[in-house]
Every structure is written in structure tokens, then in C-alpha cells.
Design a protein around this ligand. Structure first.
Ligand code: FES
Length: 641
């Protein structure tokens, strides 16, 4: 069909030809125009707002979803949700500042846990005897005989694809070759001595972000790291949305697999480019990811993960050749996905377990990895419990009026003083254009301390400040005035935003508290509290404690461990022993399905309060509120659990 219409994207002035009935968000993406789409184009996050500047009649009518999200004033100004808008003719579209994705803050650093180097990939240099009329053994036989004779290696197998290369490799190296083994399988025969060139690739496949590390397997050191947004996001903001999409059929499932494998390859390409390492020199990839990412990356149908009793296809680690998965390292190389723990506690949590070494500690440890799904581990060498909390994408900015991901210009820290003046910090020090999750946590804690909200999160109408005002959906608090922002609009936090964050924090608290109850533990029994994940690294732990997202533990017991899942993947890449440990320990972990717990509902309701319905569990916060004169006159209702 002819591309007879055009869309001009402003302010860049980028013009693209379009066919009738193309979706505006899709067109923008294909054209490389940066628009946020946290919900993946399902019309629920409200982040893809654009303004139709010219020819408003050339787009489809306003949808029900848009009516729910856009205000009257916005509709009058020509605002639309790009994902809900179909192009009917030529239009000019402005992308407002707040709808731009910007440069995302992606975390690759994680705790360093020492590991003894013992990778399954090894290299052996061999000087081979040339065949002759008196010794006419076939090439492969000479190779295997000499491996046995010179290196003492028995029962070695040769990959068929390697066999195809052997005659040329032996002669090109003038019978001096390097044999690369993955366990007992020969995965490459290189001409000459290449023993010093041995690399591996570790990947953490997150729902939102991917982190990749190129390691020198002769030293165990990271030579380069990179990260990328997960290109599956347009198909759904959380794992359930992705599973739902993939469950539509094999075409959709393959699309998601292709997207994630494509991202894994994009990262390795950039790492190779940065370091000058050759693709053929990367002999193994070790991956971690939640169970949905694990299934999708491996091409396993994820449908049953979302259906009771939420069982995964497999728990043990999976080994597959890079060629079969389409991963662009040495095609005969191995891809190992760490074992998973349960339906919603995946290989990324196994990575956290390895990095924090909870399984070998005497002291009781708590570990959480905060994301759209928050995984919780509790225990020590005797027993470990695990669960997954549906904390949702609110901390990523979804369903928050001015919420955004942690990217340039996001307000990441907030302080409110007694006069209700607000101090804030933004990522990269740019003018603010939205608020990210860490600042939402700060806001709740600070607003509670100064009495802007009460323990139920409701705005205090008695407050006399022009920062607290009536908005379209009820009261809202102005964090940044329009003359301070890059969007030209006030940045506010609404009552609805507070509700979303409270739901997310309640989900996390519920998970932690149910595990503690199951083990009969109190806060004082927890000696170490590991906080993993990019988001957790930027949260102010004191404020997270005040709002009840974290249990009230002394701050010195908290260890922020960054991308610990990535650390676990790197450890497994460097060591067969670590893999054996992973395979052994996951089988012994008690997975707790929170929704099946009788106390779940009541615990969730109790956790919705700031910090918690039973204030005796938060003595320090209670004392602080008392000192500040903000201790509740009426205590929250406690739901018996
Ligand atoms: S509402 Fe359009 S991408 Fe979320």
C-alpha cells in the first residue's frame, strides 16, 4: 500500500511517510522518535502523551482509555495517547518533554563476591604429530589421542560443527593447535596458541533492563560492562502482561524471544566493539532472569506460569548451544541459564543467593530485589524461604501522574522542611521533568514527618500552604513549580499517586512479614538485610523504613548490594563449583505462594498503613512521629492476621 501521508514529529521536525491506519506510537518507534511507553502501548500508563498540533481531524477519535487518562484541558489542547491514536492523514505531532524517555539510569555494578576460578571452559595448547603414510590416523583421532597423551583428558567428545573445521585448523596452525573444551566437549579448535584468549559473557535479563558483562575467564575479571532497556517493554510493562502476550500464540511468543535475544546480542556486540575481543573468543554465556524472562528467552511457553498452581517448565539449570539459541558468541559455545526457585522466583534470585551467600551464613539474613516483581529471601544455612511480591510498575513511574523512570531530569530525592518548602535533587542535575520511584519513597516519608499526609496516606486538608491544592482528581502537592521544570508545568504528587506507591510498598511489606511469620522471626532476629537491584540502590533506607517498606532494623544491618543477580551470573560463569552449589541449594528452598496464605489479605491491609497498622512494630518511627508531634491521634485499624 502506498505511503501517501506523513507525520512530522516536533520539535525535531522529523518527517516520516505513513500508511493510513498506522498506530502513532508504532510509527514513532520505527522512526526512532523517543516516546515513553511504560505499559507497552496498552493505554494504561498514560506516559505516551503527545500533542496533535496540526490536522487534528486526521487522527482516529478519542478512545475510552484516553478519556479516562487525559484531562479536559489536555483534550482541548490536542493531547492524545500515542498508543491509542491511529493516523488517518498527514499530521504534525509534538512530543512534550515529559513524554520523552531520556537517558535511562541502568545499573550494572554489584557486590563483588570472591570465587575460585574454575570455569567449565578451558583451553589446551597441543603440538600434534603430522600424519604420514606410516601413521595415517585421521585428524580428529590424532587430536583426541594427543589430548589423552599430553593432557590426560579421557572421554572427550567433539562437537560435529567443530569436526567440520578440524582439517583446516590443524593445517593452518601447522599442527600446533589450541583445543577449547566446555566440560568434556570440544567446542573449538583454533590454529596456533590462543590460550591467553578466553572470554565469557554474563547477562542479567531483567523485566525492564538487561545488564551484560564480558569477562576474561583466565583472570575472572570483568573487562567491560553494558546495559540496555528490555525491548520487550512495548509488549507489556510487567511479567504478567508479557506472559499474556506470549500466550496468544507461537508467533507472539517468538516475537518476545527474538526481542530479548536481540538485546543480548546487541549488548555483546557493543562489548566486543569496546574491547576488541573477537566473537569466536567468547565461549560461554551465563544468564539469570526471572522465571518469565527465563522461559521467554529460552523459547519455553510461559503460559502456565500465570495459571494456578503457577508451575515453571523446569527448575534445574539449562544448557543449550549458542547456535541453537541464536546468541552471537562462538556458535559452538554454551549458554547456561541458572536454575530457578519457583514460578515467580527466578534465576535472578538464585544469582542474589549466590552473591550474598545467605545459604552458608549462620546468621539470619533477609534479601530483597525490588522491581515490578519483588523477590524476597529469608533464612540462613539451615533453611531459606522465598516469595515473590507483585509490587507493580509504580516505582518505574507507571500510573503516577508525573512519574517517570530513573532517567535524566527525574527528581530522585525529596526533602520537605517544616515550612513545607521542598528541596529536591534530579538525575544529572537537569531541570526536573518528572519524579522517579526513589523520590516517591522520600516524599511519603517526608510528608508523613511534616504532617502533609497521615498514616493512611491521606492529605491533611488543614495544611495551609499553596503547595497543597485541589487538582483534577482531588488534592495534590506541588513538588516543583512550573518555572523550575523543563516541562513548563508544575510537577505534583496526587492522592492517586500516593495510593499507587502505598500499594507497592504494602506488597513488599506483606511478603517480608509473611516470611518472617512463617519462620517465627521478629525484626531483631535479622542480622543482615541485603537490598539488591538498581532501584534499591537509590532508595534512602531510612525513608524506606519510615514508610514501612523495609522492616525497622538498625541501619547498620542494611547492605546495599547493587545488581547482585548479575554478580551471581558472573560467579557461575567463572566456576563450575558455583553452578553445582546453585543446583543443590535451589532444590532446598521453600517457596511460599503468598496469595495462598490465609493471612495474606489482612497482612496486606495492615501493610498499607504508614509505616504499618501495628505501630509497636515500628518503635523508632513511632517515637520520631511522637517527637515531631505527628503521632496519630487515632491509631490505624489493625486487621487480625
Ligand atoms: S498509555 Fe500509551 S504507552 Fe502506556
Amino acid at each position: 500500500m502506498a505511503r501517501e501521508n506523513s507525520v512530522v514529529f516536533q520539535p525535531e521536525g522529523k518527517r516520516v511517510a505513513v500508511r493510513p491506519d498506522e498506530n502513532l506510537l508504532e510509527v514513532a518507534k520505527l522512526a526512532g522518535v523517543d516516546i515513553t511507553s511504560v505499559c507497552g502501548g496498552r493505554g494504561s500508563c498514560g506516559k505516551c502523551k503527545v500533542i496533535i498540533e496540526e490536522n487534528r481531524g486526521n487522527v482516529s477519535p478519542l478512545t475510552e482509555k484516553e478519556r479516562k487518562i487525559l484531562s479536559y484541558a489536555e483534550v482541548a489542547e490536542g493531547y492524545r495517547l500515542a498508543c491509542c491514536t491511529v493516523i488517518k492523514g498527514s499530521v504534525t505531532v509534538k512530543i512534550p518533554e515529559e513524554s520523552r524517555t531520556g537517558r535511562q539510569r541502568l545499573q550494572v555494578e554489584g557486590i563483588e563476591t570472591p570465587v575460585k576460578l574454575n570455569p567449565p571452559v578451558r583451553k589446551y595448547f597441543l603440538r600434534l604429530p603430522k600424519p604420514s603414510l606410516s601413521d595415517p590416523r585421521p585428524d580428529a583421532e590424532i587430536l583426541l589421542d594427543e589430548l589423552r597423551r599430553q593432557k590426560g583428558l579421557q572421554n572427550v567428545e567433539m562437537d560435529f560443527h567443530v569436526l567440520q573445521t578440524v582439517p583446516v585448523a590443524l593445517r593452518r596452525g601447522e599442527w600446533n593447535v589450541t583445543v577449547v573444551l566446555w566440560n568434556d566437549r570440544i567446542i573449538s579448535v583454533d590454529p596456533g596458541d590462543t590460550t591467553k584468549r578466553l572470554f565469557g559473557y554474563a547477562v542479567d535479563v531483567g523485566t525492564t533492563k538487561l545488564a551484560g558483562y564480558l569477562l576474561d575467564l583466565s583472570t575472572g575479571k570483568v573487562v567491560a560492562a553494558d546495559s540496555l532497556m528490555n525491548p520487550q517493554i512495548p509488549y507489556g510493562e510487567d511479567v504478567i502482561a508479557r506472559i499474556t502476550y506470549a500466550s496468544r500464540g507461537s508467533k507472539e511468543q517468538k516475537k518476545l524471544q527474538k526481542a530479548v535475544v536481540g538485546a543480548v546480542n546487541q549488548m555483546v556486540n557493543s562489548l566486543l566493539e569496546k574491547t576488541g575481543v573477537k566473537r569466536e573468543e567468547v565461549y560461554e554465556m551465563v544468564a539469570v532472569g526471572n522465571t518469565a524472562m527465563h522461559h521467554l528467552a529460552l523459547g519455553i511457553c510461559p503460559k502456565y506460569l500465570a495459571l494456578s498452581p503457577y508451575t515453571p517448565a523446569n527448575r534445574r539449570g539449562v544448557n543449550v548451544t549458542a547456535r541453537n539459541l541464536g546468541v552471537k558468541i562462538n556458535p559452538n559455545g554454551n549458554v547456561y541459564f541458572l536454575p530457578i526457585i519457583g514460578g515467580f522466583v527466578g534465576a535472578d534470585t538464585t544469582g542474589v543467593l549466590l552473591a550474598t551467600e545467605i545459604y552458608k551464613r549462620d546468621e539470619v539474613c533477609l534479601a530483597i530485589d525490588i522491581g515490578t516483581n519483588t523477590e524476597v529471601l529469608l533464612g540462613n544455612r539451615e533453611e531459606i524461604l522465598a516469595c515473590s511480591c507483585a509490587s507493580g510498575p509504580a516505582f518505574e513511574g507507571a500510573h503516577i501522574k508525573h512519574g517517570m523512570r530513573a532517567a535524566t531530569g527525574a527528581i530522585e530525592k525529596i526533602r520537605i522542611n517544616e515550612d513545607l518548602e521542598v528541596e529536591y535533587g534530579t538525575i544529572d542535575g537537569e531541570k526536573p521533568r518528572g519524579i522517579c520511584g526513589s523520590a516517591m519513597v522520600d516524599f511519603l516519608a517526608e510528608a508523613l514527618k511534616v504532617g502533609v499526609i497521615d498514616v493512611t496516606g491521606v492529605f491533611n486538608k488543614e495544611i495551609d500552604s499553596d503547595r497543597l491544592r485541589g487538582g483534577e482528581g482531588g488534592l495534590e502537592f506541588v513538588v516543583a513549580w512550573k518555572d523550575e521544570t523543563s516541562t513548563g508545568d508544575d510537577i505534583v504528587i496526587t492522592q492517586g499517586d500516593i495510593r499507587e506507591i502505598l500499594l507497592a510498598k504494602a506488597a513488599i511489606h506483606t511478603g517480608i512479614s509473611i516470611l518472617m511469620r512463617k519462620k517465627g522471626l521478629a525484626e531483631r532476629d535479622i542480622t543482615l538485610f541485603f537490598i539488591a537491584g538498581a532501584f534499591g540502590s537509590y532508595i534512602n533506607p531510612e525513608n524506606a523504613r519510615i514508610i514501612g517498606m523495609y522492616p525497622e532494623l538498625p541501619l547498620e544491618r542494611i547492605r546495599v548490594v547493587g545488581n547482585a543477580a548479575g554478580t551471581g551470573a558472573r560467579m557461575a560463569l567463572c566456576s563450575k563449583d558455583v553452578r553445582e552449589t546453585a543446583e543443590r541449594i535451589v532444590g532446598g528452598i521453600r517457596y511460599v505462594e503468598l496469595a495462598a496464605e490465609a493471612c495474606f489479605q489482612a497482612e496486606f491491609l495492615n501493610s498499607y498503613f504508614l509505616p504499618y497498622a501495628d505501630l509497636s512494630k515500628y518503635p523508632e518511627t513511632s517515637e520520631l512521629l511522637r517527637k515531631l508531634g505527628k503521632y496519630p491521634k487515632k491509631l490505624p485499624v489493625y486487621f487480625p492476621t
